[in-house]
Every structure is written in structure tokens, then in C-alpha cells.
Design a protein around this ligand. Structure first.
Ligand code: ZN
Length: 498
């Protein structure tokens, strides 16, 4: 592959990231090899490769995994639906691993029973989190010959050697590309790692060509990803804890296998999910399963929280943050239904269409800039909030007209379409959590009568400056709100929507 002359040197260990040749997306993305934001260039806009490290199926996925998968799902949707890059996404299922074997021994359960159970659970979680499924799923057990070939080729090339127990071990020559690793550190952070593990007694042998053994975790991913995508990947993704040593080892193997210096062009790593400033992980036993979490925090709220924290940053899972995510979603939902009721003619408003259109154009530009700046979705949320708040203010400040102001209406339609489109690109389904789905005419008429009655009481309260009457009106509004009916007072008229 030809490379441009522009090279990014990492001075300390002299690793370099080479900018690919292809389609420049206009995005600047953080690159852990270059250690800075670099231009995102995909080799082919119509067929870009994305590999995500999938789950090791020996236990339930926890919400730390959920935050990683939702954040990656948001990036994939943005690349596909906003930047119009045709991604081909692949994920592996690690169904051969020490952890699985240990669980099988401890629980006296066959390996296949464990892996099938937890894989099924994983796909149910994927569905309940509204994640896009990968285009291709690769189970390790179904691709053993391919992985064996990969390992034997590394052995033939002299990049690996046979250990005393028959294991095949990768011979690390250069290290620390994805993360700074001191050369003096010869401890566990800088080990030769096993490509093919010799089996112990009573262990299932997965080998077909090479005797007695099974692949190591790093090798599973390298062999599977390169079997599909070949000698170069546009994106390779996972949680930040996979960056080292897992991804470091994957890159080292594939560079040796293909005799090149760069296998993955863009490593994408998501921040951790934290609880009281501590990383959530199985080893720390402070995890919560995805299904437990979804009982108190729906998938849209969790997605909102992921959107509000940058994909690379750690995210705190606190009741306050859950509440903030809920409030934001409620704000979007209320805004869209309120605008719809105005557009449907429940309220004739007069707003300055030119001013609103200018605000919309500015907001679009701001959001585009933010997305091009390493997918700064947190800033996009702020821009959307501002657009919604200013639109509300303009509607509230307008007097009611006898004639419909179609010019103003047009700009309001544009704003609502933009908000709707943007939230759908982020992967939200705002209709899903609407509390009231009752479409009965009688029900609507009843609420009409109640709202009109309340409106008259409120106007009388305002005229007589009677606080008691106004408080009663607030109480009715709050009660209706609780069952999903939003009542909005607009000068001398009150309207409702659901
Ligand atoms: Zn992997």
C-alpha cells in the first residue's frame, strides 16, 4: 500500500503512525499511536472495515460492557448515517478461553452449554440496548483451522518459537506502540505472549493440524480480523482496557504476519464506566448486569448518558447522571410533541422565521464541527439544548394570531425535523417510551374539556390575582403531567399534548 509522506512520529519509542491514502472524512480522530488527533482517512468510502472485540462468553455482560458497546454503536451510526461511510462491521465471540474452561471445571458444566447460554444472553442485551448488530459474527470455535494457519505462518516466519511444553510463543521484538511501555520493564507488562497454548490433561483439544492445544485470546482476534479484512483495517475497537496488552499484541502479530509496520489505521477505545470514581469491572466485583440496570434506567436514558460523556472519557454511573439523562430525553420528547401540536394548529403563533432559520443554520454548523472534532457528542447535546430553549422562548414571546404565520411555521418545521433527524442519527427511538399511547377520541375530548376548564380558572386567577386558584391550576397540570399529558400555558390560552 502506498503511504503519503506525512508521518506522525512518536519520538519516545520511535513508533510512527502513517496516514492512509483514501477518502478524507473531514473528521479529526484521536489516534493512540500518533498520540494526538489525526485526520480520519478511510481507504474506501463504500467499504470501510470495522472490527470490534466481542465478549468472552462465560458470564453475564455488565454495564461497563454496555457503555463500551453503546458508545461504539453511536460512532458507527454517525459514520454510517451522518458521514455516509459504508462500514462493514465484524465482531468475534470468544468461546474458547481460560475463563470458560475454569468455569466449566468449577461448575461441572460442559463448555458448549456455558458458551451457548451466555452468547444467547449477550444478543438479548444487544437487542435491549438497541444496538446495531454486527454485519458478521465470528465464533472462535468455528474458525480453528484458520487460526492454526495464522499461528503456523508466524512460526514459519521465525516470529514465534515453540516453548518447552509445546506452546507456541510470539517473540516480541518491538513493543509499546499503543501505550508507553518502558524497555526496562521486563515484568508481566512486557512478556512474550502465547499464540497457541499446549493443552493440559483433561482439556478439550481444539487442534486440527497442530497437536494438542488451543489458540490464545490475542491470536483469536488477530487471525479472525485479518482473515476477513486482510492486511489493513480501517477501525479496530474496544474498551480502553483492551488497548494494552490485547490490542498491542494483536497489532504486533499482524504486523509480523503481513510483514508490515501498520495493520490497524485507527484504534478506537472507549472510556471506562465508573462508580464512585472506581472503574467497574468483574475483578473488582462492583458490577451490575445489563438487565438489572435496564429495570431502573431505560436504554434511551443510558444512550443519552453515553452521548453526554465523550466516548473516550470515563463515565460516572450515578443516580444524578441517570436523572440528568432522563431530563434531557424528556426535554427532547416534550419539545417535539409541543412543536407538533403548534404545527397541527392547536396554537396560532407568530415568530420571526428568519431569526429561527439563522439559529438553525448556526446549530447545524456547530454540530458538524463538534462531530468532526473526534465525535464530540457532548457538545452536540449542548447545541441541541440551546436550539430547543431559544425556540421555546420565541414561541412563548409570540402573541397569538388569528391568521396562521406560515413563514414562521415553515422555520419551526425545519427545526423540528432537524432535532428529530439528529436524535435518530444518535440511535434514539423517542416514541418507544411515550407514557400515553391511548388514541381514543373520547379520551382526547375529555382532556380538551379539562384543559379548557383549567384555562378559564387560570385566567380568572390571573385577573383577580388569586394565588389559590393558580396553585390549584398548577396541581392539575402536574397531575396530568404524571400520566404523560403535557399542559402548556401560553398567555391567555392553554394547550395540551402527549
Ligand atoms: Zn480482540
Amino acid at each position: 500500500m502506498r503511504h503519503q509522506l506525512h508521518r506522525y512520529f512518536h519520538k519516545r519509542l520511535n513508533h510512527l503512525w502513517v496516514k492512509p491514502v483514501g477518502y478524507d472524512t473531514g473528521i479529526k480522530i484521536y489516534n493512540c499511536v500518533a498520540k494526538e488527533k489525526v485526520p480520519l482517512v478511510v481507504r474506501n468510502k463504500d467499504c470501510s472495515s470495522w472490527y470490534t472485540c466481542g465478549p468472552t462468553v462465560y458470564d453475564s455482560s455488565h454495564i461497563g460492557h454496555a457503555s463500551c458497546y453503546v458508545k461504539l454503536d453511536i460512532l458507527q451510526r454517525l459514520l454510517r448515517d451522518y458521514f455516509k461511510i459504508n462500514l462493514v462491521t465484524v465482531m468475534n465471540i470468544t468461546d474458547i478461553d481460560d475463563k470458560i474452561i475454569n468455569k466449566s471445571i468449577q461448575t461441572k458444566t460442559p463448555i458448549s452449554e456455558i458458551t451457548q447460554h451466555y452468547e444467547k444472553e449477550f444478543w438479548e442485551d444487544v437487542e435491549s440496548l438497541d444496538l446495531m448488530k454486527p454485519d458478521l459474527v465470528l465464533r472462535v470455535t468455528e474458525h480453528i483451522p484458520m487460526i492454526e494457519d495464522f499461528v503456523l505462518e508466524l512460526l514459519n516466519k521465525g516470529a514465534a518459537f515453540k516453548d518447552e511444553d509445546g506452546s507456541i510463543v510470539f517473540n516480541i521484538k518491538e513493543y509499546g506502540k499503543l501505550q508507553n511501555v518502558s524497555k526496562a520493564n521486563t515484568g508481566p507488562a512486557y512478556p512474550n505472549f502465547t499464540l497457541w497454548k499446549a493443552s493440559k490433561d483433561n482439556e478439550t483439544n481444539w487442534n486440527i493440524k497442530y497437536p494438542n492445544g488451543r489458540p490464545g485470546w490475542h491470536t483469536e482476534c488477530s487471525a479472525l480480523a485479518s482473515s476477513v479484512f486482510g492486511s489493513t483495517l480501517d477501525f479496530h475497537a474496544g474498551g480502553d482496557d483492551l488497548r494494552f496488552p490485547h490490542h498491542e499484541n494483536e497489532e504486533a502479530q499482524c504486523c509480523a504476519y503481513f510483514s508490515k509496520s501498520q495493520w490497524v489505521n485507527y484504534w478506537v477505545h472507549t472510556g471506562h464506566l465508573m462508580q464512585k470514581s472506581t472503574k467497574m469491572s468483574k475483578s473488582l466485583q462492583n458490577t451490575m448486569s445489563i438487565r438489572t440496570m435496564l429495570k431502573s434506567c431505560d436504554s434511551n436514558t443510558f444512550r443519552m448518558m453515553c452521548l453526554m460523556s465523550h466516548y473516550r472519557k470515563n463515565m460516572e454511573f450515578t443516580p444524578e447522571f441517570v436523572n440528568s439523562g432522563e431530563k434531557h430525553l424528556e426535554n427532547y420528547r416534550n419539545f417535539l410533541t409541543y412543536c407538533k401540536s403548534v404545527i397541527d394548529g392547536k396554537l396560532n403563533i407568530c415568530i420571526n422565521g428568519d431569526v429561527l432559520t439563522k439559529l438553525l443554520i448556526n446549530s447545524k454548523e456547530e454540530i458538524h464541527k463538534a462531530l468532526c472534532d473526534d465525535f464530540d457528542t457532548a457538545y452536540c447535546v449542548k447545541v441541541l439544548n440551546n436550539l430547543i430553549n431559544v425556540t421555546y422562548k420565541m414561541i412563548n414571546a409570540s402573541r397569538e394570531n388569528l391568521n396562521r404565520d406560515l413563514q414562521g411555521m415553515l422555520s419551526l418545521i425545519n427545526v423540528t425535523n432537524f432535532v428529530k433527524h439528529t436524535v435518530s442519527v444518535f440511535g434514539f427511538d423517542l416514541d418507544q417510551t411515550s407514557v400515553v399511547k391511548e388514541e381514543s377520541k373520547d379520551f382526547d375530548q375529555l382532556i380538551n374539556i379539562l384543559t379548557e376548564f383549567r384555562q378559564n380558572i387560570r385566567l380568572a386567577g390571573l385577573e383577580k390575582k388569586n394565588e389559590n386558584l393558580l396553585q390549584l391550576c398548577d396541581g392539575v397540570r402536574n397531575n396530568l403531567n404524571r400520566i404523560g399529558i403535557i399542559v402548556k400555558d401560553h398567555k391567555d390560552k392553554s394547550i395540551w399534548y402527549k
